[in-house]
Unconditional design. Structure first.
Lengths: 113, 114
């Protein structure tokens, strides 16, 4: 158990819909990272927040957005969903902005039908 | 970030040492070598990291060549639970600014055989 929690574990929704994925980092970790893992693209970095502020963006679509709240939990919002958005979404946390170790949550499996 | 090259797959007999190679010939002086693994769709798990000296922890050993262009992750006594995809990643050392996300390649799928 990494100490990072993600909800929900599974999500099935239709094309065009909007969903919110939630992540609670390990106690004391200030940085949260979001990654997407699909069969054809592998594990890809989406976005990072550090202590409530956006730190870096990766291959994140404009239809996706995220935020980190004062209690340090983070949400990833996915809108206008397409079939290709079906993937595993992982959240990771680290102590600082560039923590040596990133601790990954169990992931949310999103299926878009 | 420097790119890494790893074999697509490897087999290892249970109880034997698993030696997973990684080539990172363009690594910069301020870049560490990290190893993570992912067991069947679970979240990736940190294993070990190093700069230029060999490192050992309770999970594995990391051997980095003197020119730092390649490294080997060693699982001393592989078990069935070590079956996973192993990722070798290079990343700059933390300097207080910027972002330090992990860039995953395709990794090596290690199968531990009974």
């Amino acid at each position: 158990d990494s100490g990072v929690t993600q909800t929900p574990k599974h999500l099935i929704t239709a094309t065009g819909q909007r969903v919110t994925l939630r992540c609670s980092p390990r106690s004391g970790d200030l940085s949260v990272y979001w990654y997407q893992q699909s069969l054809d693209q592998g594990l890809q970095f989406l976005i990072q927040y550090y202590n409530g502020e956006e730190r870096a963006k990766g291959n994140i679509l404009e239809r996706f957005s995220a935020q980190q709240f004062p209690d340090l939990h983070s949400e990833l919002n996915l809108s206008s969903l397409e079939l290709g958005d079906s993937a595993l979404y992982f959240c990771a946390s680290s102590v600082a902005g560039g923590g040596v170790e990133q601790y990954f949550g169990p992931g949310t499996r999103l299926t878009v039908t | 970030d420097a790119k890494t090259t790893q074999p697509t797959s490897m087999d290892c007999a249970e109880g034997r040492a698993a030696n997973l190679p990684c080539n990172h010939s363009t690594i910069s002086g301020n870049e560490y070598v990290y190893w993570y693994r992912q067991i069947h769709s679970q979240g990736p798990q940190y294993i070990i990291h190093g700069l230029k000296n060999n490192e050992t922890n309770e999970m594995a050993s990391l051997i980095i060549t003197e020119d730092r262009k390649s490294s080997t992750l060693i699982l001393p006594h592989a078990t069935l639970r070590d079956t996973a995809v192993y990722y070798c990643i290079v990343r700059p050392t933390y300097s207080g600014a910027g972002s330090y996300q992990l860039t995953f390649g395709k990794g090596t799928k290690l199968s531990v055989i009974p």
